[in-house]
Design a binder for this molecule. Structure first.
Ligand SMILES: [Zn+2]
Length: 297
């Protein structure tokens, strides 16, 4: 049976569950600081598959891919510039295998680490690297592309356009917002959730939202802001498991699965359509999120 488009499925089912962190899960399985996470798609595919499966087993309807830093700029840093296509394609194949026929693979595209305002790249440069990555993820069997943890709107827009214009996949665009001293949420450059989301939809995004950032409490406000200006567009939220605390040099995310699940009910009331997690979110959190979602609907 062919899977529905995610946006189609959302019309019938109120809330879908995505997955948790990949970086955290890779570290738990032995990824060291300074190592290239995406190289694990070649060197430890069984570990990458294990992460993907742990989320499916916990109840995820959508899982990501181990490709957050899989763009050419990031991979060149590790001397892997010639492996962009294969590393991304392999990652999508691994997640596809775990997702099976009934669940979706939304392949991850993260920021390049470069900024047009610094003059080191142009929007055309962004478009080219995101086109390359998107095509590889599509070749590996992804259902959707999630452009995530974006702070710069121009970079996000280039990624959305590149994915939309060069693949037939659905495109999700998720920004990271930080609270101002007044308690309002903005990107690093001062753009509001409403403005960033409208720009993403105008570029072709099918689903918009927020991920990472400062904990999960502010997400209710962000959902409301987006829904006010884009009532028909599905919203995805993948918060970190609280604010990290540095314990013996390691970032520890303190939020328990129960705390997150309690917060999820507020998000559902505010109109969220897909809930997952970012840094510090484990399969145990996803299991609790799944229960919260099922209990609510
Ligand atoms: Zn995060």
């Amino acid at each position: 049976m062919k899977r529905q488009r995610i946006t189609e499925a959302l019309k019938n089912r109120r809330t879908l569950v995505a997955d948790g962190a990949w970086g955290t899960a890779l570290q738990e399985r032995g990824l060291k600081g300074g190592e290239c996470p995406e190289l694990w798609n070649f060197e430890h595919p069984e570990m990458v598959l294990d992460i993907a499966r742990s989320y499916i087993d916990a109840g995820s309807n959508l899982i990501e891919t181990n490709t957050f830093g899989g763009n050419r700029y990031k991979l060149e840093h590790y001397g892997l510039g010639e492996q962009v296509f294969e590393l991304n394609k392999t990652a999508a194949e691994i997640s596809r295998k775990a997702a099976g026929d009934d669940n979706w693979v939304m392949a991850s595209i993260g920021p390049t680490g470069k900024m047009t305002v610094m003059g080191d790249v142009t929007e055309e440069d962004f478009y080219k690297v995101f086109k390359e990555q998107s095509e590889a993820l599509a070749a590996g069997g992804a259902d959707a592309i999630i452009v995530e943890t974006m702070s710069a709107v121009d970079e996000a827009i280039s990624a959305v356009k590149a994915a939309k214009e060069n693949t037939s996949l659905e495109v999700i665009c998720s920004f990271t917002f930080e609270p101002t001293v007044q308690g309002e949420y903005r990107t690093m450059m001062g753009v509001t959730p409403a403005e960033a989301s409208i720009a993403a939809v105008n570029a072709g995004a099918d689903i918009v939202g927020a991920n990472c950032g400062k904990g999960y409490e502010g997400m209710t406000q962000i959902i409301k802001e987006i829904k006010t200006v884009l009532p028909e567009i599905p919203v995805i939220i993948q918060a970190n498991a609280g604010l990290p605390e540095l314990i013996e040099g390691i970032s520890v995310f303190p939020a328990t699965p129960e705390e997150i699940a309690g917060q999820n009910k507020l998000w559902i009331k505010a109109g969220v359509n897909i809930i997952g997690g970012c840094c510090g979110t484990t399969d145990k959190h996803i299991h609790a999120i799944k229960k919260a979602v099922e209990g609510f609907s």
